[in-house]
Ligand binder design. Structure first.
Ligand SMILES: [Mn+2]
Length: 324
């Protein structure tokens, strides 16, 4: 628990009681956790008789529509603002920039260790798998009934932020919360199918192009995908469809470092590096001025495609202590 927290569950309960017209902020490029927390909290507050809306600078993607069925914007004069799953006001996005002003946000509920404590009051638990897990604890503590739609939203956030209970951040409490939430009428199998199995045809094509272009080095311990702007344009696929492609190289048996190189400009390439527990992705990227997490990091390298390719291959060789 972060010792910079200045509100507890009872304080949050009082906050809910004391305000009537509440806007809930969710982060740009929304995911299942921020939207689950947003719509779950909104439904909870509305059930308390409050007026509440969920705001997002990018709108609500269709694939999450099962969380906002029946949701409609209410009209009211904003009295206070709650941010969920937002570590930094930089994540608000263009149309919510007005909330990036100091003290514009009254309450923040989040699970990112990197939280900037930008809100007047914050409850941050970096050990929680999802913002939705924190909300579930708050709701249980406060004791009001949890409706099916709230349960569905919270379950979705926990499932998505843990990669369907696969990632290292999956704490036992996430399983326990999910098990309890499954007792509501939430059709969790369909939620997981929508979140983890279904993809658009464009996405499938993007994955196909990526895997087709994959090269292997160093006895298969390194796999690399290179996506040039020309190639992406020639297939007519939106760059957004390539989101998360960088997870693919590391899914190949025997690969310890997966690298995805994406061309940004003529001579600028962005690297996304993923590693198994044998290698440090963050240290690898630091030598090029980048950084990140130990298993997932990024950096930018300037040069022609061939120069960048050579630079990366040589750097991987040094990392593995192997010759090409
Ligand atoms: Mn989250």
């Amino acid at each position: 628990m972060d010792n910079r927290n200045n509100i507890d569950f009872d304080g949050i309960g009082r906050f809910f009681e004391e305000h009537d017209c509440i806007n809930i902020l969710t982060h740009k490029s929304p995911d299942g956790d921020t939207l689950g927390a947003g719509f779950g909290l909104c439904a909870y507050l509305r059930a308390m008789g409050k007026k509440a809306n969920v705001l997002n600078s990018d709108g609500f993607p269709e694939r999450y529509s099962f969380m906002y069925e029946g949701y409609y914007d209410m009209e009211f004069e904003e009295e206070c603002v709650i941010a969920v799953d937002i570590a930094d006001t930089a994540l608000l996005g263009a149309s919510l920039l007005r909330y990036a002003e100091p003290a514009a946000i009254d309450l923040c509920i989040d699970h990112h260790i990197s939280n900037k404590f930008y809100a007047k009051q914050s409850y941050v638990d970096g050990s929680a798998s999802a913002a939705c897990l924190i909300l579930y604890r708050i709701f249980k503590h406060l004791g009001r009934p949890i409706s099916d739609i709230i349960a569905k939203c919270l379950y979705t956030g926990i499932a998505t932020d843990t990669g369907c209970f696969k990632y290292e951040n999956t704490v036992p409490a996430a399983h326990i919360a999910a098990a309890e939430l499954m007792q509501y009428n939430i059709d969790f199998a369909n939620v997981n199918r929508k979140m983890f199995d279904i993809k658009s045809r464009a996405r499938l094509k993007a994955e196909m192009i990526s895997t087709e272009s994959m090269e292997y080095f160093y006895e298969g311990r390194c796999a690399m995908i290179i996506m040039t702007t020309a190639a992406m344009e020639s297939y007519g696929i939106e760059p957004a469809e390539f989101e998360g492609i960088s997870a693919i190289p590391l899914t190949v048996l025997g690969v310890d470092i997966g690298i995805t190189v994406r061309q940004r400009h003529e001579k600028v390439f962005k690297l996304s590096v993923r590693t198994t527990d044998k290698l440090d992705a963050s240290a690898f990227c630091r030598q090029f001025g980048g950084g990140g997490h130990i298993r997932a990091a990024g950096c930018e390298i300037n040069g022609t495609l061939e120069e960048v390719r050579q630079t990366v291959i040589e750097a991987v060789g040094r990392l593995l202590g192997m010759k090409v």
